[in-house]
Ligand binder design. Sequence first.
Ligand code: DOR
Ligand code: ZN
Ligand code: ZN
Length: 358
Amino acid sequence: MSDNAYVRLPGLVDVHVHLRTPGGEHKEDVRSGTAAALAGGFTTVLAMPNTLPPLVTLTDLRSACRRADAEALCDVHYFAGASAEHTDELQSLGRKAVGLKIYMDQTYGPLRVGGLLTLLRCFQRWPREKPIAVHAEGESLAAAIGLAAAFDRPLHLCHVSRATEIALIAQAKQRGLPVTCEVTPHHLFLTKGDLGRLGPLGDMRPTLGSQADVAALWAHLDSTVDCIATDHAPHTLAEKQGAEPPPGVPGLETALPLMLTAVDDGRLTLERLVALMATNPRRIFGLQEQPETWIEVEVGPTWELSNDGLRTRCGWTPFAGFAVKGRVHRVQLRGQIVFQKGDIGPLGSIHRSSKGPL
Ligand code: DOR
Ligand code: ZN
Ligand code: ZN
């Protein structure tokens, strides 16, 4: 790539974001999280239901969607959460949510689903045309694929992180099973070898893998992997450095620079990046195109990721100090410039003619 070139790409879609609304607004809220999304080149985010309260009832899901409608700077769609107590609401939740999230393993929040009966109900009752997404590690991932096969219905596997898991997904896809998967930048660019340096700032679920795990994820990026998703999971620095650090790292503002750096290094093509971060996510979750929407990225000069100037309320990144190539220059959403040279809208408040080289 030549220095200071501007490239126009479609608005990116992040299918795995924790906006912390309701109940965790000291970590993030819809406004700060979607500002971070725009600064990272994402014009659509899919938000997770492990909030307080968790989004397991139609009432709570509706109220989260209403807040997002009022406060969001980009498009937000919510997942409903699966829970043993609310399986009778699955059909109505299915009309409102973008997908059903099932936590098959323990992570942040109370939403773990145990027991085959609840899982069967989820797979029987959730509308076929909307994906079921799972947090499923190791044997749980194998169980989830078994359910997708038995019910012959779309299943999306979140944040795949291990060589064994991506190999199993490749096998399932070869057999024609209706599974898709996502990989996060932190599982592509960090290993458990970074934990000494990062301490609790490198703790998330799934945990960081080995060099061999990371190599396997990269090896499958052109084939088995369908999406890059951030699993943007902000917690405050005080919480992360406290006695019981919650798992999770933010990622909305660092994902695209990291992936563009990989393009610059020849590890994937720009076309593949667009498939992983825009086209495939839209197809898998049945999201309509956003008209007159694009992002403009500056590729070329090297710069350093830093905690300074982040839009996410948590104000830190595990990638501080990483040298990257590529950053978001402008974002247009439905005909309005909503981000330019570091400035976020109010939608349409930045005048095109006053700034920027293009
Ligand atoms: O590390 C994680 N943090 N993994 C998850 O699955 C949940 C997330 C969170 O909500 O903080
Ligand atoms: Zn998860
Ligand atoms: Zn998550």
